[in-house]
Structures are given as structure tokens and as C-alpha cells.
Design a protein around this ligand. Structure first.
Ligand code: FMN
Length: 189
């Protein structure tokens, strides 16, 4: 596929449908390297990619359950079990995080988060180009300070998305995308 074919045919896979094998070795390196080509005002490189596989997914689930307990001490066992199971949906997660440089003279935090999101999109496209499936997911856990801390981040930092990744069988329906013209106009002043 050429670049446009990759971009235009990318679509998210449901996390629970993603299976082993996950990208590793050169495939994983190529996918993550694609993140490094994101537009980045000030060359801050705010993104941090955290690979979460195997038992670490369970540990992330435990941290998410702790976060729920802190947020809602009344949370029942079903809710705790539910949130604990989230990272187990796929064999691999790449947490796409932004370590924010506060008070940067030219680049406000929003631009650092946008740059990190662009890195995440490059990762999605690269994973697709290599034949893997992926989806960006967030939820309240992405904004929670206890979860951030568990991933080695500070409250000022951001978990832009959890990219769930793995193999797909590719037999699912192809999504129709709206035409760009519906979203485009020429501004004439
Ligand atoms: C930052 C970010 C976070 C997202 N979080 C969720 C989420 O928590 N749950 C969800 O169902 N979709 C979420 N999405 C949307 C999916 O990643 C996906 O784009 C959507 O299901 C549409 O699929 P498509 O990518 O094939 O168009 C998120 C998207 C972005 C950009």
C-alpha cells in the first residue's frame, strides 16, 4: 500500500478482537519510530511511549481499580472487577503519554498534547501498514492522577491515549468514510 492507501484504509479494531502475535522486534521498532515523525513545535518531543504487555497489563488494571476506589470509595466489586479487566482486552497496549514542559516560552501544553496525539496517529497508521490492528482508547482513567502516577507521570502530564494493539483476522466490514467536501469550505475573508 502506498501512504494514501494506508491512511485511507485505516480503521480501528475492537480491543477484544486483538490477538497474539503482537508487533515485536523490527515491526515494533518501525511502528514506534513512526511516532517520532510527528509535527512537534520547538522539537520538545513531549511524547513517551510505554509498552504494556503480559503481566504488566494486570498491574495496570490493579492501578485502575485503586484509582476507582480513590475516586469512589463506594464502588462495588463488580465495578472494580470491570475496570481491572480493561487492560486485559488486548495482548499489548502502547500508552501514548505527554511529559509536559510547563511555562515553555513558545509552546503551550495544548500544542505538546497535539504533537503527542499526532505521534499516536502515526503509530496507528504504521501498525495498520504492517498489518496489525489497533485502537485508541481513553476513558476517565486516562485523566486520573493515580493512573498517571502508576505510569511514572506527574499530574501536569497527560495520557493522550491507550493504543490497544495486536493481530487481526482482517475479515471485518470496511468502514465507509464521509466525503471531505462535507467538512470543507473555502474561506474568502
Ligand atoms: C484520544 C482518543 C481517545 C479515544 N477514546 C475512546 C474510548 O475510550 N472509547 C471508544 O469507544 N472510542 C474511543 N476513541 C475512538 C476510537 O479510537 C475510534 O477512533 C473510533 O472507534 C472510530 O473508529 P475508526 O478509528 O475506525 O474511525 C478515542 C479516540 C481518540 C482520538
Amino acid at each position: 500500500m502506498n501512504a494514501l492507501e494506508v491512511i485511507n484504509s485505516r480503521q480501528s479494531a475492537r480491543a477484544v478482537t486483538l490477538t497474539e502475535p503482537v508487533p515485536s522486534g523490527d515491526d515494533l521498532a518501525d511502528i514506534l519510530q513512526a511516532g517520532m515523525s510527528a509535527p512537534d513545535h520547538g522539537a520538545i518531543r513531549p511524547w513517551r511511549f510505554k509498552i504494556i504487555e503480559g503481566d504488566a497489563r494486570g498491574r495496570l488494571g490493579d492501578i485502575m481499580a485503586e484509582a476507582l476506589k480513590l475516586k469512589d470509595p463506594q464502588a462495588d466489586q463488580a465495578a472494580l472487577d470491570n475496570i481491572r479487566s480493561k487492560p486485559l482486552r488486548s495482548p499489548m497496549i502502547v500508552a501514548v503519554c505527554a511529559e509536559i514542559t510547563e511555562d515553555h516560552p513558545k509552546v503551550p501544553p495544548i500544542e505538546q498534547i497535539v504533537a503527542t496525539a499526532c505521534a499516536g496517529q502515526n503509530i496507528l497508521n504504521a501498525a495498520h501498514a504492517k498489518g496489525y490492528g489497533a485502537i485508541m482508547l481513553s476513558g476517565w482513567v486516562a485523566y486520573d492522577d493515580h493512573v498517571k502516577s502508576g505510569l511514572g507521570l506527574e499530574p501536569k502530564d497527560a495520557i493522550v491515549a491507550f493504543i490497544y494493539m495486536g493481530s487481526i483476522d482482517g475479515s471485518g466490514p470496511v468502514k465507509e468514510r464521509p466525503l471531505h467536501a462535507q467538512y470543507t469550505s473555502t474561506w474568502t475573508g
